[in-house]
Design a binder for this molecule. Structure first.
Ligand code: MRU
Length: 371
């Protein structure tokens, strides 16, 4: 079956002038404006990238990491000439600052660590660089950093396709899948994670039907997943989050597949708030519950989900999201953006290196080839 052209380019590095990438900037599809408006943001400063991540113009664990990596490259854009040492320090500070934008998705810290490693290696390379190239340290530095940022971007694209291939083996023609939040091209560099499984199954000629949780409070499912599935002509139905139990009880749901923001060493998984509910419901209804995530979403430094930092967001996202007040002034609000699903409720974790099943520390280490 012919592959549909990829309709989603959520993150792009734009080369502004010739020659070379210096002066280039980051372009993001503003996800807060979808599905009504397809508007690209042109970001030229580190602080603009921080804001874009914070307000969810770019969101989804892998996409946040990719955007932040490019954000570090923007620290080389400087109006006044600076020395190599000053620029290096600016980039280090940019990485530190970007790490404060959102706490839960470990891909952010994973990507920034890679940028920091590149920064650490550069003084030695610089000292061996010829005098001609040293004429413009900002340009030189940005070229080096861009190599790492574009590698992160491209590796994510490949990981997502591999996740899709492993995950599609779990689905049959005619299956009905239930998903939560948005895990497609918008949340990653191209195919996505949980949605990559659906896209790949479709590429293989399997016809699926996908139930989309709207995903309160910010409606990533309704606004973004529905948009992506319709673009790819995948049969889908939007439901409110609180309809999932009824759907599992009365319709045949063959699998629940969701993404992840951070997976602990024992497989406990943080993902968009409401994922844990789905896992409990799937368990009760004996529907297999799968998580799809690249290896960059694993945090093997933490033993279990208790140590995953859970982001709490503004009350207004619940009381007046999308411009209309829906709760009385003064009411107390609790707005955690993520929850943790215990590993025991997860049938398998689909990674680019294969399926982790059963979800145990040992099996995670074996599939991820941890030595
Ligand atoms: O707050 P968001 O929209 O960034 O949350 C995103 C999710 O929870 C996704 O399910 C997760 O990042 C996986 S994206 C492939």
């Amino acid at each position: 079956m012919a592959k549909p052209a990829n309709p989603v380019h959520s993150i792009r590095w734009v080369v502004e002038g010739e020659p070379g990438p210096f002066g280039s900037h980051l372009q993001l599809l503003d996800q807060t404006r979808l599905p009504q408006d397809t508007i690209y943001l042109d970001l030229t400063t580190v602080s603009e990238v921080w804001q874009a991540i914070k307000r969810l113009s770019v969101r989804g664990a892998p996409a946040i990491g990719i955007a932040a990596a490019y954000g570090v490259c923007l620290a080389c854009r400087t109006a006044k000439p600076k020395s190599f040492a000053e620029l290096l320090e600016d980039c280090r500070q940019a990485a530190q600052y970007l790490a404060t934008s959102r706490p839960t998705a470990v891909n952010l810290f994973w990507a920034l660590n890679r940028m920091n490693h590149t920064l650490d290696s550069l003084p030695q390379v610089w000292s061996q660089t010829s005098f001609g190239e040293q004429a413009d340290p900002a340009r030189w530095l940005q070229i080096q950093l861009l190599q790492t940022a574009t590698a992160i971007h491209e590796e994510d694209r490949l990981m997502c396709h591999a996740i899709g291939r492993f995950g599609a083996e779990l689905l049959q023609d005619g299956d009905q899948v239930l998903t939560h939040c948005n895990t497609g091209g918008l949340a990653t560099s191209e195919y996505g994670t949980a949605l990559s499984v659906c896209f790949t199954a479709q590429d293989q000629g399997k016809k699926l039907h996908v139930y989309i949780d709207e995903t309160r409070p910010l409606l990533q499912g309704a606004r973004l997943t529905a948009w992506e599935l319709l673009q790819r002509k995948i049969d889908c139905t939007l439901i409110c989050d609180n309809m999932a139990a009824h759907v599992m009880a009365t319709k045949e749901v063959n699998a629940v597949i969701v993404g992840a923001d951070r997976i602990a060493a024992n497989g406990d998984t943080a993902n968009k708030i409401g994922t844990y509910n789905l896992a409990v419901l799937a368990n009760f209804h004996r529907v297999p519950f799968y998580v799809a995530a690249p290896s960059s979403t694993f945090d093997l430094s933490i033993a279990n989900g208790d140590s995953i930092p859970i982001e709490e967001r503004h009350a207004e996202e619940i009381t007046e999201s999308f411009g209309r007040r829906t709760a009385p002034e003064g009411v107390r609000v609790y707005n955690p953006a993520f929850d943790v699903t215990p590993a025991t409720l997860i049938e398998g974790i689909i990674t680019e290196l294969g399926l982790i099943r059963p979800v145990t520390r040992q099996q995670i280490e074996s599939v991820l080839q941890v030595i």
